[in-house]
Design a protein around this ligand. Structure first.
Ligand SMILES: [Zn+2]
Length: 707
C-alpha cells in the first residue's frame, strides 16, 4: 500500500537501490463477468518473451557512439518498443524482467488459489483470490469503510485528533499526518529506536503544492476536482464535496510548507534529532502523542528520533488553526484514497483517471491480475517468495554471484588504493569499511512467520487492514531489540537491489539475478556490464555522498580527514553540476524544458559511475586470469565494447512525458539515457574502446570522477 512504502522509505534505514520504479498508484479495474480469479480474455496473462542479455539488434548503427552512446546502444530498441498502454515507463531490463517475474508469480498464485497444496499456499492463494474477486468488491460497496467514517464523524474537538488517529491505526485504516515507526539509531546502529517524521501528503512531492508554475496550478485544479468527485461518489452533495476538497488542499498545502524538501532529506545529518518524549510533547502540545502510542501498542521509550522537527511545529499550529470539520474532510479523504484501488469500479476508475492518467500519462488501467499479484507479493512476500525461489532460482546462480561479488570487492579495494586524491589515512578507513560490507544474495536464510496474519478468501479490505496491523506490530515489536542482520528489505522476485547504510550490506534478490542482468550462457564482458555493474553500483553506495557519512558498522560518523572530505565534496559538486545540465523532458506545448536535479540524483549517479569503473576493472582481472584480451572480438565487437554495450542496454527505456517530469522531481535515479551517457562520459576507457576523439561528447576533455 502507498502508506507502507512511504513509511519504509523514511523510517527504515534508507535503502539505496538501483531500480527505477515506483509502484503505480492506480490499480486497474477488472471488467470481467466471471467471479474469482479467472482473468478475462483480453487481459489474460500471456507468457512474456524471454529477455536477451546483449542484443545486437537493439543497436542503432546510424548513430555515433562517441556522440550519443545511448542512442547507439538502444536506438532501435527505443524505436520499436513504445510504452505499453498499461505502463508509464518501459525499460528493456527492469520492465521486461519484471513482467516475466510477475507472470511466473501469477502462475504460482493462480494455482494456489485454485488448488492449494500447503497451508502457506492456501494463505497466499486466498489473499490473491480475494483481490481478484471484483464482483464481491462491487457488492460490498463502501460498507467496509463505514467504521472508519463513523470514527471520523465523531471528531468534535481538534485536541482529540490523536484519539482519532489511534482508532484508525488500530483498525488498520489510513492514519496519515505524520509517520511513526521503529528503526536503527543512525549513530548507534545496534539499537532499534522509535522514529517519527513528516508525512500526510497525497501528491508526489511538496513542490506539487507549492510551485506557482502554470503546470502545477493546473494539476492542483485537477486534484481538487478529483477529490471532489471521490467525495460525491461516497455520497456527499456536490457543494459539500467541493468545500471538503478545498479543506483537504489547504491542510495538505500547509503540511507541504512545513516539510523538508527531498534534497535536504538526503542528508542524514538533517534527519537526525534525538528528542526526549517530553521535548516532543513541548514541540507539539496540541497532539496527544501518549494516546496515539497507546493505541498502536508500542512499548515504552524515553527518547526518539524526530527526523523533521519543524514539521511537527506546523502540525501543532494546524491543529489550532483548522476546525474539526476540515480535519474530518482530511481524514475521510485519506481513508478513501488509500483504499480506492480496492473499492467498486466507479472509485478506482476515478482514482486511475487522476493518479494514473493525469499525473503519470498511463493510458489504460493495469490488468487486475498484475495488480493482485503485486499486492500479494507486497503483503506476503516471504511466503510467496520461498516457493518462488524453489522453482526459479537455481543454487548455482548463488554460487556464481558469490564469485562475482568477490571479484568486485577486489576491484573496489584496488580502486581505493589507486585513487589519486585521497590520503593514506582515509584510504585505510575506506578499506576497513569495504571489508565490513556484508553480502546477501537471493533470499533470506530464515523466512518470516505469517501464522498470526489472518487471511479470508471473501474479505479483501479486511485482509488489507489485518495485514497493515500485522506489519506495524512486527515493526514496532523491534523496539529495544537487537538488530536482525539477516532481514531483507525486498522480496525475492523483485527486480532490484539495494545497499543499506545502517546495515552496511548489499542485497541482491533472486529476481534480478537473471537475463538481461545475468546470463549463464553469456561471455564475461556481458555479465560484468550487466550484473557486475549492479554489484559495483551497490558497493559504491557505501561511499557516495550519503553512504560515506556512515562507517563500517553503519554508524553516522565521519571517517574521512577534513581535507579529504573537502576534496570529496569538490568531486561530488562536479557531478551535481554535470547532471544539472541533462534534460529530462524537452520544452513542448508551452511548457519549459525540465532538467534533472543533480543534487537529488547525486548518490545514484556516483554509484553508477563507480559501478561502471570497478566492474570494468573486475572484467580485466577475469580476462587476464583466462589469458584473454579486452581487445578480443566476438560478433564484431571487442570485449570492451561488449561490456559497455551490455551496460548501456540495461538502460534502454521509453517513458511518458508526465512520468518523466514527475521522476525528475522525485526519483533519485536519473533516467536511462543519462545513466548510460553520464557514466560513460566520465570514464575514459569508454572513449578508448570506441576509438573516440578526445573532445567528443562521450570522451570529453574534462570529466567528473569521485571513485
Ligand atoms: Zn542505487
Amino acid at each position: 500500500m502507498k502508506n507502507c512504502d512511504a513509511l519504509r522509505a523514511l523510517l527504515a534505514p534508507a535503502l539505496l537501490s538501483i531500480g527505477m520504479f515506483a509502484v503505480p498508484v492506480a490499480l486497474a479495474q477488472n471488467s470481467l463477468p466471471e467471479p474469482a480469479f479467472a482473468p478475462s480474455n483480453d487481459s489474460a496473462p500471456m507468457p512474456p518473451k524471454s529477455v536477451k542479455s546483449l542484443d545486437l539488434s537493439a543497436i542503432d548503427k546510424t548513430a555515433d557512439p562517441c556522440e550519443d552512446f545511448y542512442q547507439y546502444a538502444c536506438g532501435n530498441w527505443v524505436k520499436d518498443n513504445p510504452v505499453p498502454a498499461d505502463q508509464t515507463r518501459w525499460a528493456r531490463s527492469f520492465s521486461l524482467l519484471g513482467e516475466r517475474n510477475r507472470y511466473l508469480l501469477w502462475q504460482q498464485l493462480d494455482e494456489a488459489a485454485k488448488a492449494p497444496k500447503t497451508p502457506l499456499e492456501k494463505k497466499y492463494g486466498d489473499y490473491y483470490a480475494a483481490c481478484m474477486n471484483t464482483s464481491q468488491i462491487e457488492s460490498k460497496g463502501l460498507k467496509p469503510l463505514e467504521p472508519a467514517f463513523k470514527d471520523i464523524d465523531a471528531l468534535k474537538d481538534t485536541k482529540k485528533l490523536a484519539t482519532l488517529m489511534g482508532e484508525l491505526a488500530k483498525a488498520g485504516d489510513a492514519a496519515p499526518l505524520f509517520q511513526f515507526g521503529v528503526g536503527q539509531d543512525a549513530k548507534d546502529s545496534s539499537k532499534q529506536i522509535a522514529q517519527t517524521g513528516q508525512g500526510g501528503l497525497s501528491l508526489p512531492d511538496r513542490d506539487y503544492y507549492l510551485s506557482d508554475s502554470k503546470r502545477f496550478q493546473d494539476l492542483r485544479e485537477k486534484y481538487v476536482a478529483h477529490v471532489t468527485k471521490m467525495f460525491t461518489l461516497a455520497g456527499d452533495a456536490p457543494e459539500k464535496a467541493a468545500a471538503e476538497a478545498a479543506d483537504v488542499l489547504r491542510i495538505e498545502t500547509a503540511l507541504a510548507q512545513g516539510s523538508m524538501d527531498r534534497v535536504a532529506m538526503r542528508n542524514p545529518d538533517n534527519r537526525y534529532h534525538i528528542y526526549t518524549v517530553a521535548k516532543l510533547e513541548e514541540l507539539a502540545p496540541n497532539f496527544n502523542f501518549a494516546t496515539y502510542w497507546a493505541a498502536i501498542k508500542i512499548g515504552h521509550f524515553d527518547t526518539l528520533n524526530v527526523s523533521t522537527p519543524d514539521f511537527f511545529k506546523t502540525v501543532n499550529e494546524l491543529i489550532e488553526k483548522e476546525p474539526a470539520g476540515a480535519w474530518k474532510a482530511y481524514f475521510r479523504w485519506h481513508v478513501l484514497t488509500a483504499e480506492a484501488e480496492n473499492l467498486p469500479k466507479a472509485f478506482y476508475d476515478e482514482n486511475f483517471d487522476f493518479f494514473g492518467k493525469t499525473l503519470n500519462g498511463q493510458k489504460e488501467e493495469t490488468p487486475r491480475w498484475k495488480e493482485c499479484t503485486a499486492l500479494t507479493d507486497r503483503a506476503l512476500g516471504e511466503a510467496v517468495g520461498q516457493d518462488w525461489v524453489k522453482e526459479h532460482f537455481p543454487p548455482q546462480a548463488k554460487e556464481n554471484m558469490d564469485k562475482l561479488v568477490l571479484a568486485l570487492e577486489k576491484s573496489l579495494g584496488d580502486d581505493i588504493q589507486t585513487l589519486p586524491w585521497m590520503s593514506d589515512e582515509t584510504k585505510k578507513a575506506a578499506e576497513e569499511k569495504l571489508s565490513l560490507i556484508r553480502n546477501k544474495i537471493g533470499y533470506p536464510e530464515k523466512w518470516r512467520d505469517y501464522s498470526k496474519l489472518k487471511v479470508k478468501r471473501n474479505d479483501l479490505l479486511g485482509n488489507l487492514r489485518r495485514e497493515s496491523v500485522f506489519q506495524r506490530d512486527y515493526r514496532l515489536s523491534k523496539l529495544g531489540k537487537p538488530v536482525d542482520e539477516k532481514e531483507w528489505g525486498m522480496t525475492p522476485p523483485t527486480v532490484n537491489a539495494y545497499y543499506s547504510p545502517s546495515m552496511n550490506d548489499i542485497n541482491f534478490p533472486a529476481g534480478i539475478l537473471q537475463p538481461p542482468f545475468y546470463d549463464f550462457n553469456a561471455d564475461p564482458a556481458v555479465n560484468f556490464g550487466g550484473i557486475g555493474v549492479v554489484i559495483g553500483h551497490e558497493m559504491t553506495h557505501g561511499f557516495d555522498d550519503q553512504g560515506s557519512k556512515y562507517d563500517g558498522k553503519g554508524n553516522l560518523r565521519e571517517w574521512q580527514t577534513a581535507d579529504d572530505r573537502k576534496k570529496f565534496t569538490e568531486r561530488t559538486d562536479c557531478e551535481v553540476k554535470e547532471y544539472d545540465g541533462f534534460e529530462a523532458s524537452p520544452a513542448h506545448d508551452g511548457m519549459p524544458a525540465q532538467n534533472l536535479k543533480g543534487a537529488l540524483t547525486l548518490g545514484e549517479n556516483t554509484a553508477d559511475n563507480g559501478g561502471l569503473r570497478i566492474a570494468y576493472m573486475a572484467l580485466l582481472d577475469t580476462l587476464a586470469a583466462e589469458h584473454k584480451s579486452i581487445d578480443d572480438k566476438i560478433d564484431g565487437y571487442t570485449e570492451a565494447q561488449r561490456y559497455f554495450l551490455s551496460f548501456g542496454q540495461v538502460w534502454c527505456q521509453n517513458q511518458t512525458d508526465q512520468s518523466a517530469r514527475q521522476s525528475a522531481m522525485t526519483d533519485p535515479h536519473s533516467p536511462g539515457r543519462w545513466r548510460a551517457n553520464g557514466s560513460v562520459q566520465n570514464f575514459d576507457e569508454f572513449g578508448k574502446a570506441f576509438g573516440c576523439k578526445k573532445g567528443q561528447p562521450m570522451y570529453p576533455e574534462h570529466s567528473c570522477r569521485v571513485w
